[in-house]
Design a protein around this ligand. Structure first.
Ligand code: NAP
Length: 305
């Protein structure tokens, strides 16, 4: 899936003025390759400042979640800032996620709460955040039952009218969780969002997603900040006169993988957005690929039944 893919079906509102490249989802909608991550970005003023900086520098996608407790602040920031930037709701792509505490019988309530807090008529992409349920042990057999129930609810909300949830997907699923979902679902997930960076290149997952038409999306592309001082990344960045953040983000987008860098600093938000006007040489892409060692900086879902 790339910028050269066929245009989305006319019944799906396009992202009108995205200045950054996008990928085509299996729904026919396009998702920008660059989005602003908002984990640990809290408080109305900080969110307003970050969203303003992001919109100014070409971001058109924003990633939140029920557990980030900032959906209402993001919604407010968009209401205030879209007119300032001459944009409308259809120009931005909003992702949110069902919290692990709402998995199963509370899924409908959880998804509708996200819509209400964001104060939006629809969410562009809604993900099951985690394969497990809060309060259950990782090996508990109710985990698969609950996530199947959540998925059925998301499918229903996706199908309703023009779709309160325009696209649905999952996050932090392992290949095993993903195969189970793909076998039982009516709607194929549009997106899988997982940790992805040169130390965690997720070969099996990317292959599975490619085969099934699921867009593979990266989170923690900077290794939550830990990869910014890596000696090889520093060396490559110096060779191009770039920052290490730009090298890490370019490595992903050059492979067509959408990224969601988070920063609360306007200058860094702008820096992270400047990744579409240069290319890394094949040998540097390979050197970065060679860093893969299965290192995770975020949570590990592999034990969740
Ligand atoms: P990340 O984007 O890999 O790294 C963020 C860290 O790097 C922050 O500490 C930030 O600090 C720093 N940083 C950002 N740009 C920088 C730059 N140009 N120079 C120096 N430092 C920089 O980590 P992440 O927040 O874990 O992941 C990104 C987003 O992915 C999240 O915000 C969230 O939206 C999503 N995510 C999803 C899941 C999931 O379970 N689905 C899990 C994790 C993340 P400052 O803010 O101080 O600049």
């Amino acid at each position: 899936m790339s910028e050269s893919d066929p245009q989305p079906s006319p019944s799906i509102p396009p992202i009108h003025s995205s200045p950054t490249p996008s990928v085509l989802l299996n729904t026919g909608a396009r998702m920008p390759l660059l989005g602003l991550g908002t984990y640990r970005l809290r408080g109305p003023d900080d969110i307003l400042q970050a969203v303003d900086a992001a919109l100014s520098t070409g971001y058109r996608s924003f990633d939140t979640a029920s557990v980030y407790q900032n959906e209402a602040d993001l919604g407010r920031a968009l209401r205030l800032l879209l007119p300032k930037h001459g944009l409308s709701r259809a120009d931005v792509f909003i992702t949110s996620k069902l919290g692990p505490k709402d998995q199963g019988s509370r899924a409908r309530e959880g998804a509708l709460r996200s819509l209400e807090l964001l104060d939006l008529d629809y969410i562009d992409l809604y993900l099951i955040h985690w394969p497990g349920t809060q309060g259950l042990g990782v090996g508990d057999k109710r985990n698969p039952e609950n996530r199947a129930q959540s998925w059925a609810v998301l499918e229903e909300l996706h199908a309703q009218g023009q779709g309160k949830l325009r696209a649905i997907g999952v996050s932090n699923y392992t290949p095993g969780h993903m195969k189970e979902l793909l076998e039982g679902c009516c709607v194929t997930p549009a997106v899988l969002q997982v940790e992805f960076h040169p130390r965690l290149s997720q070969g099996e997952m990317r292959h599975l997603c490619g085969e099934k038409g699921v867009c593979f999306q990266a989170y923690s592309s900077l290794g939550t900040g830990s990869l910014l001082q890596d000696p090889l990344v520093v060396q490559i960045a110096q060779g191009y006169g770039l920052t290490t953040a730009q090298v890490l983000l370019r490595w992903a987008v050059q492979q067509g993988v959408p990224v969601l860098p988070k920063s609360s600093h306007p200058t860094r938000i702008a820096e992270n957005g400047r990744v579409f006007d240069f290319e890394l040489a094949a040998e540097d892409m390979e050197r970065l690929e060679g860093m893969d060692c299965g290192q995770k900086y975020c949570w590990d879902p592999s034990q969740v039944a």
